[in-house]
Write a protein that binds this ligand. Structure first.
Ligand code: DCP
Ligand code: MG
Ligand code: MG
Length: 607
């Protein structure tokens, strides 16, 4: 049957409001760190390869797994089971992180929400994409691509089987593209929720994919031997469950909600119960930029200040590479230490942070960098914070040092910046979302994940030592702070583009952008210096232009498509009927009187 032939009464095939309405893909890279190394050195492919961090083999290639090498095995043990195991040091995460970001970026091509989880996993919600595909798909011929967990006894009336079949094909396309473009083999899980898609994903490892229909969720979950296999159940919850003899997922399925409520809050009890039954309604949240970028280094003990300084210097060097990749200017720095309590034989973390001046950083051709003098300044601040955390008159023993930039000055090229809508060459930056990867690795260097037990103090005195970030400067070319669209700009605070802190270099850049964007978007033939209020020529250009149906030829289609729907409509109607347009008037008129949603607001210089 062709879905286009169906009338509205048979629209059950597209009932995405049902409990099975969503279609989620989970993709996990096979032996991720090992594949990064094998891509670098293809001759490693045929050898058993282990990736070592400190004295642990954090992962290995599938060749090594044949010998019984398991994740997180001690190196000594691994060499016992596989004496010819080739070991590579995997403590520098830079290349793994870069590969991880490339995969994440590639997945943006499907124009669906992508949520990055750790280094090598992504959830993609393809519900809407499938709705689009259904318009031109002959659903009679659809089959599952890859494995199906269990054959259905009947078709589900909501149409979820059809949708998941299409999702399995999309998952296959994604995996093929990751392989073709980046060289990684992957596994995928396809289901109507995140929980099942993640749990079903490794069923046919490596390099394969599995789909599960909703009606098999309960039976699949009952095969999981430990409640700990459920992703959102942590060690504390597992302990509590085990202490009440609830060990397997099947135990959790069978225990009554009332019993669970005795040991957990009511919400938690319901959530646990639902999870055990394979039910999960958490949405796939598009991954954004990390709130902080940090690195940590752990070691046995360091008890000498000069050694601590060396550790921080090394960390800072590597952290600055991450900052350059991220592209934002940090304005706050946090130092973390883990002190060994010799008496209690335990460790705990403490942090201290302070504001730093954005002038420490410079932007050259769009790249954030720090001069040597800037690095010295940062080291002075770091050691000052260190001195506040440690009483140097007494012996100290540290087992970890960490550095993190915790706040950033948003640049004009951020996701919610109007610049993205106007500039051809910058639009790509709107999808450059680099996530703070909280790797599961317990050792070595990584994006910082602050331990829940750690304490952070904001150091105000240091904020005074270093000049605090400059007072907001108005960026004059955006006359009004206006809402772009509910989706593009999530919170009103993000709209305050004009209030962003900018140093003088950035302001220069912004005014360049202003001129360029004005040139390209509104006054293609006008001189850059010409005031937009005197742009009757420009208006004529728009009115006359157009070798395509709706956009004039000089309009960058990508930029146009990125505009909120209402602005697109406004522009289209203006192009169609320029004489009715209020645009020229809007430009010369007082800003407050213009039509509230007029895109022209963005182009009018501030009085
Ligand atoms: N990792 C780590 N410490 C761990 C577990 C994993 O440093 N305790 C790192 C190494 C892995 C990467 O994270 O390559 C991804 O973790 P996965 O659990 O997905 O493992 P792999 O991708 O290595 O193998 P698989 O093929 O089983 O997915
Ligand atoms: Mg993996
Ligand atoms: Mg993984």
């Amino acid at each position: 049957m062709d879905v286009r032939d169906m009338d509205s009464s048979s629209s059950t095939f597209t009932d995405i409001t049902s409990d099975h309405g969503k279609s989620i893909i989970h993709i996990d890279i096979d032996c991720f760190y090992a594949q990064v190394e094998m891509l670098r050195k293809p001759e490693l492919r045929s050898e058993p390869l282990g990736i070592q961090q400190k004295n642990i083999v954090v992962t290995s290639n599938y060749e090594a797994r044949k010998y019984g090498i398991k994740k997180c095995m001690l190196v000594t043990e691994a060499l016992k089971v596989c004496p010819n195991l080739k070991l590579l040091n995997g403590e520098d995460l830079h290349d793994y992180r870069a590969a991880s970001n490339k995969i994440f970026l590639l997945l943006q091509n499907w124009k669906s929400p992508v949520e990055k989880l750790g280094m090598d996993e992504n959830f993609i919600d393809v519900t809407n994409l499938i709705q689009e595909k259904l318009k031109s798909t002959n659903i009679g011929n659809l089959t599952i691509t890859g494995h199906l967990y269990s054959e259905p006894s009947m078709d589900c009336p909501c149409g979820c089987h059809t949708r998941l079949k299409i999702a399995s094909q999309i998952a296959n396309e994604m995996r093929q593209k990751i392989l073709d473009d980046l060289g990684f083999t992957t596994c995928a899980g396809v289901a109507h929720n995140k929980l099942l898609s993640k749990l079903i994903c490794p069923l046919h490892k490596p390099n394969d994919q599995t789909t599960i229909y909703p009606e098999h969720g309960v039976s699949f979950m009952s095969t999981l031997e430990s409640v700990r296999s459920i992703p959102s159940i942590g060690s504390k919850t597992t302990e509590t469950l085990i202490s009440h003899n609830i060990i397997s997922v099947s135990d959790l399925q069978q225990v009554s909600l009332d019993v669970l409520k005795k040991h957990f809050s009511s919400d938690m009890a319901v959530r646990l119960k639902n999870l055990s039954l394979g039910e999960d309604n958490t949405p796939v949240k598009q991954t954004g930029r990390p709130q902080s970028i940090g690195l940590e280094d752990s070691f046995k003990t360091v008890s000498v200040k000069s050694e601590v300084e060396e550790k921080f210097t090394a960390l800072l060097q590597r952290l600055l590479i991450l900052v350059r990749e991220d592209g934002r200017i940090p304005v706050s720095l946090r130092v973390t230490l883990r002190k060994k309590d010799v008496k209690r034989l335990s460790s705990h973390r403490e942090s201290r942070q302070c504001q730093i001046s954005p002038s420490i950083f410079t932007i050259n051709s769009g790249t954030v960098s720090v001069t040597e003098a800037g690095q010295e300044k940062l080291m002075t601040i770091i050691m000052r914070l260190f001195n506040k955390l440690i009483d140097l008159s007494k012996p100290f023993h540290l087992t970890l040092v960490g550095l993190a930039f915790t706040k950033f000055q948003e640049r004009m090229t951020g996701r919610s910046s109007i610049v993205n809508y106007l500039m051809n060459d910058l639009s790509v930056q709107s999808v450059l979302n680099i996530q703070s990867d909280c790797d599961t690795s317990a050792s070595s260097m990584d994006y910082s994940a602050v331990s829940p037990s750690s304490s952070t103090t904001t150091d105000l005195s240091d904020a005074e030592v270093e000049p605090s970030p400059k007072k907001p400067k108005k960026v004059t070319w955006i006359a009004k702070r206006r809402c772009l669209s509910r989706e593009d700009v999530a919170s009103p605070s993000k709209l305050k583009v004009g209030e962003l802190r900018l140093n003088s270099k950035e302001l220069e850049k912004v005014s360049e952008l202003r001129l360029n964007s004005r040139d390209r978007s509104l006054t293609p033939r006008a001189s850059p210096a010409k005031d937009v209020s005197d742009n009757s020529d420009a208006m004529r250009d728009i009115a006359e232009g157009g070798n395509c149906d709706e956009c004039p030829s000089y309009v960058d289609k990508e930029v146009f498509n990125a505009l909120p729907e209402e602005m697109q409509q406004e522009l289209k109607s203006m192009w169609k009927n320029p004489s009715n347009s209020d645009m020229p008037r809007a430009i010369t008129r007082n800003m407050n009187k213009t039509k509230p949603n007029s895109i022209m607001k963005y182009f009018v210089p501030q009085k």
